[in-house]
Design a protein around this ligand. Structure first.
Ligand SMILES: [Zn+2]
Length: 585
C-alpha cells in the first residue's frame, strides 16, 4: 500500500486520462494494421483463445504502464521522450510496411551491432514517405496526453514521489516482458509500436543474460612440424545470389571470367548451395564454427572452436580481412583490446587505408589486390574474408562509369525497392552490374595479380537476395527460399598442391553451407582426432544421395525469439535455384 498512498485525486484523474489515451492508441493500431489483426485471428486455435486474450490484456496494460510513466516525467524530459517516440514509431512503421512486422529482438540486435554504413543502407531501403502520415495519430495522442496531465509541481517531493509511483509500472514492464520472452512468439500481439519496441529491447537484454559468454572449447593438443606450403582462402561474400551468376546458368553474362576459369580447369563449381540462414550474422556464425543444428539453442556457435582455431593448430598463419563488419567484427569488438584466439592479423577498413587503398573507389577489387599481395609475399596462410559484395544499395557496389554499367536502366543512388515491373527491371539491372564487378572482376583481378600459384579459394555468400521476384520490398532477413540461394565453388592456383582433392568431388552432389566447414578441415588435412564436433560431411565426402533435404533458418540465432527452420527438398520446388532476369534482354 506504500506505493499507492501518494495517489491523490489529481493522480486518479491522470490515471483515467492515461487509460483513455492507451485505449485510443491501441484502436489506432487496430485501424492502421487491420489486415494484420485479421490474419492473426485466423491463426488462433480455439485452445489458443485463452492465451491470446491473456496476452492481449498483458500487452494492453503495458501500453497503460508506459503512458503512465511518461506522465511522471518533468516538462523538458517529456519533449525529449516525444521526439524519441516519433523516431521509434517511424522506424517501427517502416519495418511493418517493408516486412509486415515490427522490429524483432534480432532486428534490434542487428541495428545496434552492424556498422553505420549498413544502418544507412537499411534505412534507405526501408523508408517510405507515407510512414510520416501514419506516425501522426500516435504522436497526436502522446502530445495530448502530455498536455492534459501536467507535470508534478512540487520539486522537493517530486523525485521521491516520482520514484515511488514509477516503481510499479517499471516492474510490470520488466516482468510482463519476461513472461512474453519465455512464452509468446515475437511475431504476435503487438498492440503498439512503442511497447513493441520496449519488448524487443528487453528481449535483447534477457537473451544476452541467458547467452554463453565464456571461452570457446579448446582443441586437443597437437603440433605440426612445419608451416604448410599451400594457402587457403575462405571468402564469405555478402548478398550474392547464386542463380544470378552465368556460371550457374543465368542467361546474362554476369560472370564470363569465372566461366573461363572452368575452361582452364581452375574452377570447380558446386552449383547452387543452400545458405545456413537468411541473416548475415546467423550464416556467418554457422560457417565459422561448423555448427549444424537449427536454431543454436545450445550456444554451440559461441562454444565451438572456430575455423581459425583449426587453421592455427595446423600451422597456418591466420588472417582475417573484414570490410563488412557483420559477425566476427562484433566478437572482436567485444574482446576489447585483447587478441582474438588463433587470429594472427585482423585487417579492416583502417588496414586498407594504411595500404593507401581507397575501398570507396576500388570496392572489393581492393580486397582482391591485397589478397594477391599477401599470397605473393608468403605461404602457409589461412585467410578468412568477409567481403562487402552486393549489400543493398546495389548502386554503390560498382563504379559510376559506362564500362561498369552494362545493363540499363539502373536504380538511382539511394532509391528504395520498387517491386513494379519497371522498378524490378532497374533493380535486377543494377544487381547484375554489381555481380559483374564485385564477383567477376574481383576474381579477374585476384587471379591475374597472384603469382604464388599454390592456393585454393572456397567461395560462398552469406545469403542471397529476393530481387523482388515475388513482389518483395525487402532484400533478405525473411525465410523466402530464394534468399538461401548462394554460390559455392573452388578456385585454385595452377600449382595447387592438393588439387587431387578437388578432382575427386563426386558428380551430382548438392551442397549446403553446413558442408563447408569439414571441407576446409580436409583442405588443411586436420586429422579426425582433432575434430571435436560432429560436423556435416565435407564436400569431398558427399555423394549424390546426401543432402536430399537441405535445412536453413531465419530469425533468432539462439531460438529465443522469432525463428523458422525450413528445408530445400530434392527435387526442389519449381523455380528454385533459378533467377528470373528482366524480360527485355
Ligand atoms: Zn548479409
Amino acid at each position: 500500500m506504500y506505493i499507492l498512498s501518494p495517489i491523490t485525486q489529481a493522480h486518479y484523474l491522470s490515471a483515467m486520462i492515461v487509460l483513455v489515451a492507451a485505449t485510443l492508441a491501441v484502436l489506432i493500431d487496430l485501424v492502421l494494421r487491420f489486415r494484420d489483426y485479421r490474419k492473426l485471428l485466423h491463426l488462433i486455435s480455439v485452445a489458443g483463445i485463452v492465451k491470446f486474450l491473456g496476452t492481449i490484456t498483458l500487452v494492453f496494460l503495458q501500453v497503460v504502464a508506459l503512458f503512465y510513466l511518461i506522465t511522471l516525467l518533468p516538462g523538458p524530459v517529456r519533449l525529449v521522450v516525444l521526439l524519441f517516440s516519433a523516431f521509434v514509431i517511424l522506424i517501427q512503421l517502416s519495418y511493418w510496411l517493408t516486412l509486415s512486422q515490427f522490429m524483432t529482438g534480432t532486428d534490434l540486435f542487428l541495428a545496434v551491432t552492424v556498422s553505420g554504413d549498413h544502418r544507412v543502407a537499411a534505412i534507405l531501403s526501408f523508408f517510405k514517405p507515407r510512414v510520416v502520415l501514419y506516425t501522426l495519430p500516435y504522436m497526436l495522442i502522446l502530445s495530448v496526453l502530455m498536455i492534459l496531465v501536467p507535470p508534478i509541481d512540487r520539486p522537493v517531493f517530486a523525485l521521491r514521489e516520482t520514484f515511488a509511483l514509477s516503481a510499479l509500472p517499471v516492474v510490470y514492464l520488466l516482468v510482463s516482458n519476461y513472461v512474453l520472452f519465455l512464452h509468446v512468439p515475437e511475431r504476435s500481439f503487438h498492440l503498439n509500436p512503442l511497447t513493441s519496441f520496449v519488448r524487443s529491447a528487453l528481449h535483447c537484454k534477457f537473451e544476452n543474460l541467458r547467452e554463453y559468454h565464456g571461452p570457446r572449447d579448446d582443441l586437443p593438443p597437437f603440433s605440426v612440424s612445419q608451416r604448410p606450403l599451400d594457402n587457403i582462402i575462405y571468402v564469405i561474400d555478402e548478398s550474392v545470389r547464386g542463380s544470378n551468376l552465368s556460371l550457374n546458368g543465368y542467361p546474362r553474362a554476369t560472370t564470363p571470367f569465372l566461366q573461363s576459369l572452368v575452361t582452364r580447369g581452375l574452377l570447380k563449381n558446386l552449383g547452387i548451395c543452400v545458405a545456413a540462414a537468411s541473416f548475415s550474422h546467423v550464416s556467418n556464425a554457422y560457417l565459422i564454427t561448423g555448427h549444424n543444428e537449427f536454431p543454436d539453442n545450445a550456444f554451440r556457435t559461441d562454444k565451438n572452436p572456430t575455423i581459425l582455431d583449426y587453421a592455427k593448430k595446423m600451422g597456418y598463419e591466420t588472417i582475417y580481412i573484414d570490410i563488412n563488419q557483420i559477425y566476427l567484427y562484433s566478437l572482436i569488438k567485444a574482446a576489447g583490446d585483447r587478441p582474438v584466439r588463433s587470429l594472427d592479423r585482423w585487417m579492416n577498413d583502417k588496414s586498407f587505408k594504411e595500404r593507401h587503398i581507397d575501398l570507396e573507389t576500388t570496392k572489393d577489387l581492393g580486397v582482391a589486390s591485397v589478397l594477391s599481395s599477401l599470397l605473393n609475399e608468403g605461404s602457409g596462410l589461412f585467410i578468412l574474408v568477409n567481403k562487402k559484395g552486393l549489400h543493398f544499395n546495389y548502386r554503390d557496389r560498382y563504379p559510376d562509369d559506362l564500362a561498369s554499367t552494362i545493363w540499363k536502366p539502373v536504380m538511382a543512388a539511394s532509391q528504395s525497392i520498387d517491386p513494379s515491373e519497371a522498378g524490378r527491371e532497374k533493380l535486377v539491372n543494377t544487381y547484375d552490374n554489381g555481380i559483374r564487378f564485385q564477383v567477376d572482376e574481383f576474381f579477374r583481378m585476384f587471379v591475374s595479380e597472384t603469382t604464388n600459384q599454390n592456393y585454393v579459394m572456397l567461395y560462398t555468400s552469406d545469403h542471397g537476395q529476393t530481387l523482388a521476384e515475388h513482389g518483395q520490398v525487402y532484400t533478405h532477413m525473411k525465410p523466402d527460399k530464394e534468399i538461401v540461394d548462394v554460390p559455392d565453388f573452388f578456385v585454385s592456383g595452377e600449382r595447387y598442391s592438393k588439387k587431387r582433392l578437388l578432382d575427386c568431388i563426386a558428380s551430382g552432389i548438392r551442397v549446403s553451407h553446413l558442408n563447408n566447414f569439414a571441407t576446409l578441415l580436409d583442405l588443411m588435412e586436420v586429422p579426425d582426432s582433432l575434430r571435436v564436433r560432429p560436423y556435416d560431411k565435407s564436400i569431398f565426402a558427399l555423394t549424390a544421395e546426401d543432402n536430399r533435404e537441405r535445412y536453413y533458418m531465419s530469425g533468432s540465432l539462439h531460438g529465443s525469439g522469432d525463428y523458422v527452420v525450413r528445408a530445400i527438398h530434392t527435387p526442389p520446388d519449381q523455380g528454385w535455384g533459378m533467377s528470373r532476369p528482366v524480360d527485355n534482354n
